[in-house]
Every structure is written in structure tokens, then in C-alpha cells.
Design a protein around this ligand. Structure first.
Ligand SMILES: [Zn+2]
Length: 367
């Protein structure tokens, strides 16, 4: 069984090599990171429900949650999932831009094929709240372009442009009440253009369940910079965003050009301070070109997370629909949730890849 998994890994490595424009480094396998053990959210529904008539509190409380997992759905919480890399949403489709129609097509596809959006922050903390039988998927937007979040005037009122990324995401939120719509926006200076509305936009995102990540101040390759500059590049963006949303914690970083700092400065990518304020990143995103590992997989490296280009052109078999197809065909194993974020259910054949530092106090359910 291990061989089968290794073969998969080798095949995916081969696939990776067949992609052009490779900018990712294959992370050293088994580099287990020190992660904070996920907090135990073990409040159950039973504890929350105040039932006047039924004092039989013990009932259900001692019930083994693993007995409620539906194994016929083939849950596999060591399968892969995609962290999609979007940039612009606009009239012409290009390498770094998706049309509104195509973005709607992507979302429709996800909805029809049992993908549910989760936040990158939840992924990085191993808090997967996806419904049983569904596969999590993460949407990321780099560069903070105006077409990600644009306000327009309509009949004298300010409204969200229905064809910008946020407009389309909100459309789907309203269209499908059972679709967990969210995305992470990676911002630098001048987020989303329209300087006069920055405060409104940032607050809208935070209030409506979206996440904000850091894409550095000047979008320079971090490999060119020393420790002071790296800290300024990262820390200044957090400080700017926090002037609009003081309590919001920015914990994720998308590397401009997928460029890592030199080895000796790598720590500053994760932790540092600028103008007296500290920052800490729990997830760092690369540029491409394959699905990410499960957060519970020892192969995963939160310092260098793979993304998949959300495009159908010039992606040489490494675009989002190529991987959707592979997931559908079963030639790649997708993460299939067991429906309980406090239980990690995995097929026996993957047992040795389970990262117990990440699962922490969660219940492990192997079948
Ligand atoms: Zn960028």
C-alpha cells in the first residue's frame, strides 16, 4: 500500500516536471513543522442544546463520534485538495485573468461536483468543517486588483460591481444557501484601487467571512532582500490593513513571484516585526502547479504550499480542470471530509503519513 502511495507521489512529481514555468521547489519530504496543536472544539450539539424536558444528559455525550461517520462516502482526510490561484477577473481571458463568465463556470462546477470552499486559515489550522462526502477547495486572489473588488454607482447608490470577484462570490452565496462561499485576498499597497473605499472594502471582507492575506508591500522577489527589508515588506502591509480592521489577524502570505527568501532569512518570512508590531505567518503560498496535500499529511509543508493556476490556458495539464478531471477519475485521491472537524478519518493504507502534531487532540479514525 505504501508503494501505491509512493507511486502516486512519484507520478505527481513527474507530472509536476512536465509542467512548464515551474517555480516551485519540491519541499523536502517529511519536514514536519512545529505547529500549534489545534484547539479542542469539543463542544457537542448535545452540550449546546438546552433541553428542558430531557434531563438525560448522559445520553449521546458518551457516544463515540466515529460511529457516526458514514464510511460509505469513502472519507479520506489525507487526500489532496486544491488551493486555487486567481488573479484578475475581467473582460478578456488571459494567463492571469479569468472572465466573469468563466469564474461563474468554475463556481458552478465546484457546486455540482461536491467541492466546498474553506478558508486558508482553517486549512492551516487543520480545522476542516466541510460536509461529509465533500472536498474542500481554497480560493486565493493575488495582487488586490480593482476587478477583485470594485464599487460602482447605480442609481446614485454605491453597489458592488456584479462582475468583480466579490460580486460573483456574493451572487453564489445568495444563489446556493448550502454553498460555503469564501476566499482569501492577498493584498499589498493600494488594495483594490479606489482609495476612497479601502476602509469599506476591507471591513466588508472581514465582516462577510472572507480572509485577507499578505502579498508584501512592493511585490519584490524576497530572494533579493535581507532581513530588514523582508520584515518591512511583510510587516508594513499587516500594519496598514490593521488600521482598517484592528482586531483582524493576518497569518498568511502569498510569495510574490513565488520567490522564497534566501535560506538564512527564511525565518523572517514566518515571523518578524516592523515598527514595533509583530507578525507571524502560519501558511505561505507558492505560485503553482499541483494540488496541496492534506494539512494532516506529513508530506505537507506549510512554509511552501502548492497552488493550482485557476486557468484553462497555457497551463500544460496543470490547470484546475486537469486536476478536477483527475480527482473525478480517481487517478488522484481527493480529500473527502468525514463531516466532523474533531475527527480525522483516513483509509488504513495512508496511516503512516498521518501527522499527529497536526491532528493534536482530534480523534483519529482509521478504517
Ligand atoms: Zn502577485
Amino acid at each position: 500500500m505504501k508503494k501505491a502511495y509512493l507511486l502516486l507521489t512519484v507520478l505527481s512529481a513527474a507530472l509536476l516536471i512536465s509542467c512548464s514555468n515551474i517555480q516551485v521547489e519540491i519541499p523536502s519530504s517529511g519536514s514536519v513543522q512545529e505547529q500549534e496543536a489545534p484547539k479542542d472544539n469539543s463542544e457537542t450539539d448535545n452540550e449546546n442544546s438546552e433541553n428542558d424536558e430531557n434531563d438525560n444528559i448522559q445520553e449521546g455525550k458518551s457516544e463515540d463520534p466515529t460511529s457516526l461517520i458514514d464510511l460509505s462516502l469513502n472519507p479520506n482526510e489525507l487526500g489532496e485538495m486544491m488551493i486555487l490561484m486567481y488573479h484578475g477577473i475581467g473582460d478578456t481571458e488571459s494567463d492571469w485573468q479569468r472572465t466573469p463568465e468563466n469564474f461563474r463556470k468554475d463556481l458552478e462546477y465546484m457546486y455540482e461536483n461536491k467541492y466546498q470552499m474553506i478558508s486558508l486559515n482553517d486549512y492551516a489550522k487543520g480545522e476542516i468543517k466541510t460536509k461529509a462526502g465533500y472536498t474542500p477547495i481554497i480560493l486565493t486572489f493575488d495582487d488586490g486588483r480593482q476587478n477583485n473588488f470594485n464599487y460602482i454607482e447605480e442609481n446614485g447608490q454605491l453597489v458592488i460591481d456584479p462582475d468583480c470577484a466579490v460580486g460573483i462570490l456574493e451572487e453564489f452565496k445568495n444563489k446556493y444557501s448550502d454553498f460555503d462561499v469564501t476566499a482569501s485576498f492577498f493584498l499589498g499597497t493600494n488594495p483594490f484601487g479606489q482609495k476612497e473605499y479601502v476602509n469599506e472594502k476591507i471591513n466588508f471582507l472581514v465582516d462577510n467571512g472572507y480572509d485577507i492575506g499578505n502579498h508584501t508591500y512592493s511585490h519584490e522577489k524576497l530572494e533579493m532582500l535581507g532581513s530588514d527589508d523582508i520584515q518591512a515588506e511583510i510587516g508594513s502591509v499587516n500594519n496598514i490593513i490593521n488600521t482598517y480592521v484592528p482586531d483582524y489577524k493576518i497569518e498568511t502570505l502569498a510569495l510574490p513571484h513565488g520567490s522564497n527568501p534566501k535560506d538564512e532569512y527564511l525565518d523572517y518570512m514566518l515571523e518578524g516585526s516592523y515598527e514595533g508590531k509583530e507578525y507571524k505567518n502560519i501558511a505561505v503560498l507558492d505560485v503553482g502547479w499541483r494540488p496541496a496535500y492534506s494539512p494532516f499529511d506529513t508530506m505537507n509543508d506549510f512554509k511552501s504550499l502548492y497552488r493550482v493556476t485557476a486557468s484553462e490556458i497555457k497551463v500544460d495539464n496543470c490547470g484546475m480542470y486537469d486536476y478536477f478531471k483527475q480527482f473525478e477519475a480517481g487517478s488522484r485521491e481527493r480529500f473527502i471530509s468525514d463531516g466532523n472537524s474533531n475527527v480525522v478519518t483516513i483509509p488504513k493504507r495512508h496511516e503512516e503519513y498521518l501527522n499527529k502534531e497536526m491532528t493534536g487532540e482530534k480523534i483519529i479514525n482509521i478504517y
